[in-house]
Design a binder for this molecule. Structure first.
Ligand code: HEC
Ligand code: HEC
Ligand code: HEC
Ligand code: HEC
Ligand code: HEC
Length: 442
């Protein structure tokens, strides 16, 4: 009898696993095992200030994430699509997920514990011991037992000592893989590649065996500081200083700003420094050149090169990112003959704009806006690291007048049309950043 019950409960367990793919995200650790970032900040004050209001800190407070995730889940009826839409919390609220709440996106947000709301934080990354899967956040953790017994904090040093916590050298932390397990996202059921930043880097020129050419994620993103965008096309000087307020001087202390391309979110939280760091980064990512030899025959050649990013341009959530060409041709009397990629009064891009992004499809060739429905990739037009794309524009045939040709490469983290749809007209107005610009007169 007992044996039968045991068998039945195994079967029930298996069925619930099959019915609910989220079942694998079960509670593993007591919340009290994690130490809040403020405590780490008592001794690591510089690092704390860099991390505070970073996209990692804001991963669960970011208004764009909150609005978009809500929109994606709303109205779904198919269980596979719902499973994807519910899975966002695994990366955006990671301490919550490993300690049992929230389990899924639709769980009541007002009940998320304070520490989990602090996003991707010190004790989460520094308790990590490895990751098997290179996608969908498969970090394995070994946290301590809370404030009074914080356990081992792992990092890049093999000679580090702290009275408060044990320390340990971790090769994993010095490697792009720790970033890659979250910066590669696959649909939980359809396996569609939703984000591939790590893979783009892994297959790209910066993942080189030659130490002179090799730059890890940390090699760009953890060298940046105000005034130092630290991209592939700029200097990446060492940041000499203290890793802890009472530690020794170190030749390089890895910075924790983690700025990418999002300036709006930092600005929203009052952090102008990080907002301008993100803009500087975008301004040192690409170059644009033009060839006007055949302009009078109605042809303009534009070359865009990814000189600064260790991955494709753009990368990450490229189904919403917008990087596009804004072209204007005018004569010496300021009359404009031709424009392309000029936002209209609503801030929407006109049809025909040359845009670098990804478009997902429903499996039958029809574009979908919600990633939960992404069964295929219909379009992936982006620029690989150190790679170039040449565009040939058909322009009007010009007579003999003098022309001014202006080309801008512009960037916005999401389409205004989408934001108006998910948050109400003009509630969120994203800045448009000029990444590169060139002007030539014939
Ligand atoms: C997204 C993961 C992540 C988060 C969040 C994070 N760190 Fe780090 N941290 C790292 C990595 C990775 C390194 C080592 C980089 C390397 O060696 O290439 C590091 C290095 C360090 C070091 C060694 C000194 C240095 O900077 O070189 C200290 C100390 C440290 N972090 C403390 C903190 C504190 C305190 C916080 C929270 C305010 C924090 N970290 C948040 C990933 C993280
Ligand atoms: C009471 C002060 C104090 C507190 C609180 C503290 N640390 Fe440290 N930590 C230190 C000192 C001192 C070092 C050594 C710095 C060095 O060697 O340059 C250190 C080193 C580290 C290192 C480097 C380890 C290595 O071997 O590479 C990491 C990572 C780290 N701390 C993370 C944390 C995290 C995460 C927290 C919060 C859970 C935290 N620390 C809280 C004092 C502290
Ligand atoms: C636990 C998962 C996780 C890990 C580990 C992680 N990240 Fe992130 N990272 C995220 C999420 C989620 C966001 C986006 C938060 C948001 O926009 O709401 C993000 C944002 C960023 C951004 C800002 C992007 C922007 O649009 O401005 C950069 C840069 C970044 N991460 C770099 C790194 C690097 C470098 C590492 C490794 C040292 C790393 N991340 C490790 C999950 C992670
Ligand atoms: C050679 C320098 C370099 C390396 C290496 C590098 N990045 Fe970047 N990263 C950049 C630059 C420049 C930008 C800004 C342009 C852009 O958005 O792509 C950026 C932007 C980002 C963004 C924001 C993208 C967006 O548009 O939302 C994320 C996220 C990011 N990087 C993560 C990573 C991760 C993870 C790795 C390692 C797998 C990595 N980066 C390696 C230079 C680098
Ligand atoms: C495997 C980890 C992972 C999962 C799961 C995940 N994300 Fe993210 N998310 C990231 C990373 C990494 C970034 C940063 C990439 C970038 O900036 O382009 C990000 C960035 C974003 C952004 C951009 C925020 C901004 O301010 O521009 C949005 C929106 C977003 N995610 C929505 C979602 C939604 C909705 C889900 C669930 C359907 C989800 N994410 C699930 C890792 C994840």
């Amino acid at each position: 009898m007992k044996f039968k019950l045991y068998k039945i409960s195994i079967i029930i367990l298996m069925i619930s696993f099959l019915l609910n793919p989220d079942f694998s995200i079960a509670e593993k650790y007591k919340l009290s095992r994690f130490v809040s970032p403020e405590i780490c900040g008592d001794c690591h004050s510089d690092i704390y200030n860099q991390w505070e209001n970073s996209m990692h800190n804001l991963s669960q407070k970011d208004p764009i994430y909150l609005k978009l995730s809500e929109f994606i889940l709303k109205g779904l009826t198919e269980k596979d699509e719902i499973a994807e839409a519910e899975s966002c919390v695994k990366c955006h609220v990671p301490i919550g997920v490993v300690t049992g709440y929230p389990k899924k996106l639709s769980d009541d947000k007002s009940k998320i514990p304070h520490i989990a709301e602090e996003g991707i934080q010190c004790d989460y990354c520094h308790s990590a011991i490895g990751a098997e899967k290179k996608y969908n956040n498969d970090l394995k953790l070994d946290p301590g037992y809370g404030e009074d017994d914080p356990g081992i904090k792992r990092g890049p040093y093999n000679d580090s000592e702290s009275d408060y916590h044990e320390t340990g050298f971790s090769e994993f932390h010095t490697n792009s893989k720790i970033c890659g397990t979250c910066h590669n996202v696959k649909h939980v059921v359809f396996n569609t590649d939703l984000e591939t930043t790590y893979e783009e880097w892994e297959k790209g020129p910066y993942n080189s065996d030659n130490p002179k050419n090799r730059i890890t994620c940390q090699g760009c993103h953890m060298y940046q500081k105000p005034g130092i965008p630290s991209t592939g096309s700029t200097k990446r000087p060492e940041n000499k200083g203290y890793a802890s307020d009472d530690g020794p001087v170190r030749d390089h202390v890895f910075t924790h700003y983690f700025t990418g391309a999002s300036s709006y979110v930092h600005e929203k939280f009052g952090d102008k420094t990080k907002a301008s760091m993100a803009e500087e980064r975008l301004k040192n990512a690409a170059s644009v050149s033009i060839n006007t030899e055949q302009i009078k025959k109605g042809k303009l050649f534009i070359t865009i090169t990814n000189i600064g990013a260790g991955h494709f341009l753009p990368t990450g959530v490229t189904d919403i990112r917008q990087m596009w060409l804004n072209v204007t041709i005018s004569n010496d009397k300021q009359k404009t003959f031709y424009t392309s990629g000029k936002p209209d009064l609503n801030g929407y891009l006109p049809d025909g704009t040359i845009i670098y992004n990804t478009v997902f499809g429903d499996g039958n060739g029809k574009p979908v806006v919600k990633i939960a429905k992404a069964r295929e990739i219909l379009k992936d037009k982006r620029i690989p690291p150190l790679g170039s794309v040449i565009e040939t524009l058909a322009t009007p045939i010009f007579k003999s007048e003098k022309l001014t040709i202006n080309v801008k490469l512009l960037y916005r983290t999401a389409p205004q049309k989408l934001l108006d749809l998910v948050s109400g007209k003009d509630k969120i107005k994203l800045p448009i950043i000029t990444m590169a610009e060139i002007e030539e007169k014939t």
